[in-house]
Design a protein around this ligand. Structure first.
Ligand SMILES: C[S@@+](CC[C@H](N)C(=O)[O-])C[C@H]1O[C@@H](n2cnc3c(N)ncnc32)[C@H](O)[C@@H]1O
Length: 150
């Protein structure tokens, strides 16, 4: 692996030799090694056999939202409980809880994703309710959310 450092690689390499140019985000790293590793890792885990067939289906970005919170055993750890719904054995209720958590998490951390996320009317109404509850200051934040959600 040979990656450009300092200002980057000579422009003639970019225009005449490379087939693709990929940025992994709006920040500057010292060189291309970490971006190259990030791409190899993100792509290799999608190859057949790299993980359970089902595992990737509900991960962040798979359905346009961030993933819901994860819990494992034990049910109580240092006084912290797994949400009881997850222990109920009611698969439909668990799926509903997870979907709402994914929506809430996306709303809080990456509201920009909601504009393109396939939401039901009920989910959109829920997001609008959260937006109203989160109104701050002169409403600029709310207006901005309106614009981003569309
Ligand atoms: C210090 S950076 C050069 C930054 C460049 N002068 C600029 O202002 O955009 C050196 C090299 O690291 C790699 N690099 C840095 N940040 C990157 C990112 N977010 N995604 C992909 N490659 C990146 C690129 O290969 C880049 O040419």
């Amino acid at each position: 692996m040979n990656c450009g450092h300092y200002e980057g690689v000579d422009e003639r390499v970019r225009t005449g030799l490379v087939t693709d140019e990929i940025s992994i985000g709006d920040y500057v790293l010292g060189g291309g090694e970490i971006p190259a590793m990030a791409i190899v890792d993100a792509v290799a885990r999608l190859l057949p056999g790299a993980m359970d067939e089902e595992s990737g289906h509900e991960e962040s970005h798979a359905a346009g939202l961030l993933e819901y919170p994860q819990y494992t055993r034990p049910a109580t750890f240092r006084g912290l409980e797994v949400p009881p719904i997850l222990l109920s054995g009611n698969h439909q209720a668990v799926a509903k809880w997870r979907r709402e958590q994914a929506l809430r998490r996306t709303f809080e951390r990456r509201p920009d994703l909601l504009a393109a996320a396939p939401l039901t009317n009920a989910e959109r109404a829920l997001v609008e309710q959260w937006m109203a509850e989160n109104r701050v200051g002169d409403g600029t934040y709310l207006d901005d959310m309106d614009k981003r959600i569309g």
